[in-house]
Design a binder for this molecule. Structure first.
Ligand code: 13P
Length: 252
């Protein structure tokens, strides 16, 4: 089974509009000939429509960083429904990022509802899982990620799973400059794939992309991508500059 890699840039809460547009356009020209992987960038909500328009027809797709658990247009001040994202040209939505779990109290149950909302709107969901440093040190890493997968993906059919991408982002590696070694990442990716085989069948497990995230840089992407179960990357800091993100995309 060959899985086409996905390299996605999570811009988090960075950039004013003019900077977002110029970075996106610079990236567009730098990766115009790339066909070996899919590419996405995830700017803040208020830049999504402009970037979707400016990148239309290019090989860079747009991802949102969150969506509402609610699907019905209704009284939920400050929330954005998944179909509103689809409507303005968004393709993917990142769900359950550790920063949202940590700072905005997102639970596995909310992650599950958001995934279902995203899929119902026709979006692909990049579902983030990962353990904290203390959980790793206590030897609970597989238990934690296993639980996030079990409850996060609960009730999803084989069909639904075709639009699910998993991103393994160990919390201790995010924004710290400490990348998981290729071995550490591979070990967890293999666990995730086995877990998917148990819950959703071998075919789903084999076809699901599993991205690694956490201090991915031009210097470490190649070794990570050589691991058999690493199918791409979710990149934070190093995706903010077009040149370094393009180097990561061109890891080969
Ligand atoms: P950094 O690449 O900055 O460590 O961030 C990773 C991340 O959280 C991507 O979602």
């Amino acid at each position: 089974m060959t899985r086409k890699p996905l390299i996605a840039g999570n811009w988090k809460m960075h950039k004013l509009l003019a900077d977002a547009v110029s970075t996106a356009l610079e990236l567009k020209s730098l990766v115009a000939n790339v066909t070996h992987c899919d590419i996405a960038i995830a700017p803040v909500f208020v830049h999504l429509k402009t970037l979707a328009e400016r990148l239309e027809g290019s090989n860079i797709k747009i991802a949102a960083q969150n969506c509402s658990t609610e699907t019905k247009h209704s009284a939920h001040t400050g929330e954005v429904a998944a179909d509103m994202l689809k409507d303005i040209g968004v393709s993917y939505v990142i769900i359950g990022h550790s920063e949202r779990r940590q700072y905005y109290c997102e639970t596995d149950e909310m992650v599950n509802k958001k995934i279902k909302a995203a899929l119902a709107a026709g979006l692909k969901a990049i579902v983030c899982v990962g353990e904290t440093l203390s959980e790793r040190e206590e030897g609970k890493l597989f238990e934690v990620v296993g639980r996030q997968l079990k409850f996060g993906l609960e009730g999803l059919t084989k069909n639904d799973m075709e639009r699910i991408i998993i991103a393994y982002e160990p919390v201790w590696a995010i924004g710290t400059g400490k990348t998981a070694t290729p071995d550490q990442a591979q070990q967890m990716h293999e666990f995730i794939r086995k877990n998917l085989a148990e819950t959703h069948g071998i075919e789903t497990a084999e076809s699901t992309k599993i991205l690694y995230g956490g201090s991915v840089k031009p210097e470490n992407i190649k070794d990570l991508m050589e691991e058999p179960d690493i199918d791409g990357a979710l990149v934070g800091g190093a995706s903010l500059e077009a040149s370094s993100f393009a180097q990561i995309i061109n890891y080969r």
